[in-house]
Design a protein around this ligand. Structure first.
Ligand SMILES: *Cc1c(COP(=O)(O)O)cnc(C)c1O
Length: 323
């Protein structure tokens, strides 16, 4: 069956599939932030999702749609971390064998968690080897179904359920800030925004060092870059996808970038003021909202906090790296 571009109906169907399996994560507020912005800011806390990031939504949705043959042969995924854990956990819950291809320099906590969920881990060098080729190879050899981290309609539809819940629980927004890697979360969020909060301006936010999404958005072509060096390890993607890019081009207001020091400031704020652990990549959205807060005065602002998986030693080092 050829894959079709996902629509909001697919997000709604995904919401039914994940119900009872994924957490309906809380929407947090902060008086300090509201005062700082002169706005109402709503944080959708996917750092509190199962396995610690929104990626459980897309993975569980995709694996739930496997037929009997696919379930028996198993799933293969390649990921710098959170997608790996998401596929491993979803596979375990659904009784499907999982093989996960991970970069050898991925945070140890993510590699350990993936193994802990029962996934078979295959390591590769992210600067010299092509993970997509390794994945294709395994899927051909053993009949495994490849579930990509972002560029798949079922993954996009699953990721869109986080923003769907935000609009349902907190009402329509004037602006929504979404962390951006390959664009699964952003494109899914944009589908939900279009359906549930039509006037909402949706912004994707990526690391300054890897602004391929911004370049692609502005040029109208998918731009490929080398693996960027940034502390936002979940957004070290090299390009947007065939499914994510058209939706982003059509539905998103702009793509913004933030620096690593701005991510550390946001991470510090989350920990010190809101008492939540957010991984560097999960700080992209709030860091960008903060940088443009003057324009957001008087508005209703949504911030998707995408994940909280960070090695505790690394978390402390990052917090201490700025005075
Ligand atoms: C994967 C990931 C992202 C980026 O999501 P995409 O769908 O690839 O754009 C952002 N934040 C966290 C925590 C992630 O794990």
């Amino acid at each position: 069956m050829p894959l079709h571009a996902p629509e909001y109906a697919d997000v709604a169907a995904a919401a039914d599939r994940i119900r009872g399996h994924a957490h309906r994560t809380p929407v947090m507020r902060s008086r300090t932030v509201d005062a700082e912005f002169g706005a109402e800011v709503f944080f959708k806390c996917e750092n509190l999702q199962r396995m610690g990031a929104f990626k459980f939504r897309g993975a569980f949705n995709a694996l739930s749609k496997f037929d009997a043959r696919q379930r028996e042969a198993g799933v293969v995924a390649f990921s710098s971390g959170n997608h790996a854990q998401a596929v491993a956990l979803s596979a375990r819950l659904l009784g499907i064998p999982a093989t996960i291809i991970m970069p050898q320099d991925a945070p140890q906590v993510k590699i350990d968690a993936t193994r802990g969920y029962g996934g078979e881990v295959v390591l590769y060098d992210r600067y010299t080897e092509d993970r997509e080729a390794i994945g294709r190879d395994l899927s051909q050899k053993y009949g495994l179904t490849l579930v990509p981290p972002y560029d798949h309609p079922d993954v996009i539809a699953g990721q869109g359920t986080a923003a769907k819940e935000l609009f349902e629980d907190a009402g329509p927004m004037d602006a929504l800030f979404v962390c951006l890697g390959g664009g699964g979360l952003l494109s899914g969020s944009a589908l939900s925004a279009r359906a549930l909060s039509p006037g909402c301006q949706v912004y994707g936010v990526e690391p300054e060092a890897g602004n391929d999404g911004q370049q692609s958005f502005r040029s109208g072509q998918i731009v490929h870059i080398d693996t960027p060096k940034t502390i936002a390890d979940g957004a070290q993607t090299q390009h947007l996808g065939q499914f994510t890019f058209p939706i982003i081009r059509r539905e998103v207001a702009d793509i913004l970038t933030v620096s690593d020091p701005e991510l550390i400031d946001a991470m510090n704020f989350y920990a010190a003021r809101m008492k939540i652990v957010v991984e560097p990549t999960g700080c992209l959205s709030f860091a960008a909202a903060r940088a443009m807060r003057a324009e957001l005065a008087g508005k209703r602002v949504g911030v998707i906090v995408s994940g909280g998986n960070v090695d505790m030693r690394r978390f402390c080092e990052l917090l201490l790296s700025k005075g």
